[in-house]
Design a protein around this ligand. Structure first.
Ligand SMILES: [Mg+2]
Length: 415
């Protein structure tokens, strides 16, 4: 089509243009949308907006169309004629119809747009009321609501405009903690859909275990190591000192223990689904761990991770020496590695997601565009952008706006 053939644009009416809002409600079946628009087509109206949802088999279809020109129809009143025809059609289909006259389109949405994702297990009416009221209290308007998933949790996303993302976060975080649900607030926009990088902690995040405790069980010093780990995770001990102290207790262990520990590692429920879905969607995925490359290398291979970094247990003459080699991956190291992975992946930090549970994850969580505290210690939960407190790692996908249907499509994808 050449430029001279492009018809003048008429689809976006000004505020003064008469429009009709046509709402259809009833039992869903094939052909309703086609039937409504075929009925409207007889009046040569233009479509300004359409929204349709199906909830438990009932369709709600809203069509905003320009009012018909006075010449249309057979009775002299084009709008009256259209109304009667649509009502007759709806009655013949056993549907309810409502037609509201007005002018123009929606008011433009306010600036400052965010997505608020709520994970409930279950999601109660009381929680929904409290979240909606908190959004309203920030001056935000809920433009759309839809369900992302019903498994393994109920996940609902609110599209909100008119409030700053940061102020929504600060109002909703304490509300969520009080209600016992997980709420994530992320800025809307293209970057939400742009390719991203997800970097995870390993111990008690990607896997259910603390790897050093698995080694300690083989060395018979489980209780001593567990106490040092707990103190470090509470932020009471310097991580590097505690690492050296714990690894020293492993000195003299036979290197064959490494293989035994690899076999003992239990992935967190949803871990495989999370990684597989992210990979299918073109995300890059990495892990950083204060644990050991002897385990993270195996996880990298098993899960197809793009990046993995951890400390390395020194092994000499078939025995653990009780020392680690190379640069120590500690709290600052994890944040540094996130930056490094992001640079290698060509992903701006704003488009990165970090997930972790411990105090040594905090710098990484706060360096990422979205930091997710996963079943974390209180000190971490309170400092992170958002928290997930259900024991399923794949629920993080819902915070990124990925629906259960997309997750399942990635699972069945051949390739
Ligand atoms: Mg951890």
């Amino acid at each position: 089509m050449s430029a001279s053939q492009i018809p003048p644009a008429t689809a976006v009416p000004g505020d003064d243009v008469p429009t009709l809002l046509v709402k259809i409600f009833g039992k869903d079946r094939p052909g309703i949308t086609a039937g409504l628009f075929e009925t409207l087509a007889a009046y040569s109206v233009d479509v300004v907006d359409i929204e349709q949802v199906v909830t438990r088999g009932r369709i709600t279809l809203c069509a905003l169309v320009t009012a018909p020109s006075p010449g249309q129809g057979s009775t002299g009143s084009a709008e009256g004629d259209l109304r009667a025809t649509v009502h007759n059609w709806a009655e013949s289909m056993n549907l309810q119809a409502e037609i509201i006259s007005g002018r123009g389109d929606n008011r433009p949405r306010g600036t400052g747009r965010s997505h608020v994702t709520v994970l409930g297990h279950p999601l109660t009416a009381e929680t929904t009321a409290a979240i909606a009221a908190a959004i309203t209290a920030t001056g935000g308007n809920i433009d759309r609501i839809f369900r992302l998933a019903k498994y393994p949790v109920t996940a609902v996303e609110f599209a909100v405009s008119g409030a700053e993302t940061a102020s929504l976060r600060s109002v909703l975080a304490p509300e969520a903690a009080q209600l016992g649900v997980d709420v994530a607030v992320v800025a809307a926009g293209l970057q939400r859909r742009a390719q991203r990088l997800v970097v995870m902690d390993v111990d008690s995040t990607l896997i259910q275990d603390e790897v050093i405790e698995l080694f300690a069980a083989h060395a018979g010093c489980e209780a001593e190591v567990a106490e040092v780990t707990a103190a470090a995770m509470r932020g009471e001990l310097d991580f590097e000192q505690s690492l050296h102290a714990r690894v020293e207790l492993l000195g003299g262990l036979d290197a064959s223990v490494v293989e035994a520990v690899r076999k003992e590692v239990r992935l967190t429920p949803g871990a495989r689904t999370l990684v597989r879905t992210l990979k299918r969607l073109g995300y890059q995925v990495g892990v950083v761990s204060g644990g050991f490359t002897q385990v993270t290398d195996a996880l990298q291979e098993e899960l197809g991770l793009d990046f993995a970094s951890a400390n390395t247990l020194e092994i000499v003459d078939g025995k653990l020496t009780g020392r680690v080699t190379g640069d120590i991956v500690d709290r600052a190291g994890k944040a540094r590695l996130l930056r490094s992975f992001a640079q290698q992946a060509g992903v701006p930090l704003a488009q990165t997601v970090a997930i972790g549970d411990g105090a040594n994850d905090l710098d990484m969580l706060n360096t990422a565009g979205l930091g997710v505290a996963f079943n974390a210690k209180p000190v971490v939960r309170e400092a992170a952008h958002t928290a997930v407190n259900v024991p399923f790692l794949d629920t993080v996908l819902y915070l990124l706006g990925i629906t259960r249907e997309e997750v399942e499509a990635a699972e069945t994808h051949v390739g």
